[in-house]
Design a protein around this ligand. Structure first.
Ligand code: ASP
Length: 349
């Protein structure tokens, strides 16, 4: 009888040990072996981009630059870095490339000056930083980040932004750092035609007719589940001195919220500001329960087109879904998901 009980006791103890072991180890094993789930999406502007207008060399150069930007951002995410650092790293590559209308290679305003705008937003905290009209900072996205982290404000403009940059130890570049013959030529043509134009590639294409853009943006979801968005631009060729576009306006061209999504836009800034495109995509998800795809479709295809605006957005949501939407013929774009090959696109597929 005693033996029978002690046998049962041993069995129960063994069972308990097994249950505890399963409870303790299984979730851990799953956690440790789970695929890192990061996503990075970038754009280098949307517009009238047609294969017949593009030389093979130019297309290859764009693809290479987009690939480098994705790789720079992915390096950060792969190492467990934050989405904020990843979007900055991707944008730095495009700001340094003369191909894009951001940093080096930015378009000129009507006074022949480069006035640069940039913004960054942290979806985890809803902290944001932005600069507008800066003229001597090579990488405005880094200054936007410094505004977010160290100024106690969200947005600084012009001389005040540059004073802050000095305090923060930023190096200043000469204005001709941003110069390219290509952009200067565009300004001369725009002036002759008396038009404000959005960035265009080969031919000069006028506002609201057949234009192209070159603003750069990045959105990311990191392994910690945090979203971030950043955008950087020179704005519009021949824009009025002091004009501010959508890029540095939080909620217009740039927005990130862990509750919904992260968005970066490119297009006719005035429309993006009036329709608060980036924030509205997140709001449609949050308040109306739309999917990222549906929310982006509503803003880019219904709302923007109804208003007469055009352009595109890139977005990623908290579950890692991606949207790349544009109502133009093309958008320089790319994305990479953890464990997969990067994908780069230019034209409508
Ligand atoms: N959205 C930018 C602006 O209006 C232009 C662009 O996307 O190229 O400043």
């Amino acid at each position: 009888m005693k033996d029978k009980y002690s046998g049962l006791l041993k069995f129960l103890i063994l069972l308990l040990v097994i249950i505890i072991a399963v409870w303790y180890f299984v979730p851990r094993t799953e956690k440790e072996t789970a695929m890192p789930k990061y996503v990075l999406v970038i754009h280098g502007g949307a517009g009238t981009i047609l294969p017949e207008n593009m030389s093979a060399e130019r297309e290859a150069a764009y693809r290479e630059a987009l690939g480098q930007a994705l790789a720079a951002g992915e390096d950060v995410l792969k190492a467990g870095g934050s989405s904020l650092d990843a979007v900055s790293a991707a944008i730095l590559v495009m700001e340094d490339s003369p191909l894009f209308n951001a940093g080096k290679g930015a378009v000129f305003n009507s006074e022949g000056i480069n006035e640069l705008d940039a913004a960054i937003m942290d979806g985890a905290t809803l902290n944001a930083g932005a600069v507008s009209g800066v003229q001597r900072i090579a990488n405005p996205v880094l200054l936007a980040r410094a505004v977010m982290d160290n100024s106690g404000h969200v947005m600084l403009v012009g001389a005040g932004a540059e004073n802050f940059a000095k305090e923060q130890g930023f190096e200043f570049v000469e204005p001709d750092y941003f110069y390219t013959d290509y952009r200067w030529g565009q300004l001369q043509k725009a002036k002759k035609a008396g038009a404000v134009i959005l960035e265009s590639d080969d031919d000069l294409i006028f506002l609201n007719k057949d234009h192209k853009y070159g603003t750069v943006g990045a959105v990311a979801l990191d392994n910690h589940g945090n979203l971030a968005a950043a955008t950087s631009t020179g704005g519009l060729t021949n824009k009025r001195y002091g004009r501010v576009g959508d890029t540095p306006i939080i909620g217009a061209g740039t927005y990130a919220d862990n509750n919904s999504c992260a968005v970066s836009g490119t297009g006719t800034g005035e429309y993006f500001i009036r329709a608060t495109i980036a924030r509205n995509i997140c709001a449609l998800m949050e308040y109306k329960g739309l999917s990222l795809e549906q929310a982006a479709e509503v803003m880019v295809h219904d709302v923007l087109i109804r208003m007469g605006g055009d352009g595109g957005i890139i977005a990623v949501d908290a579950a890692g879904n991606i949207a790349l939407k544009f109502n133009t013929t093309g958008m320089y774009r790319g994305f990479v998901v953890a464990g997969e090959e990067p994908v780069i696109g230019i034209y409508k597929d």
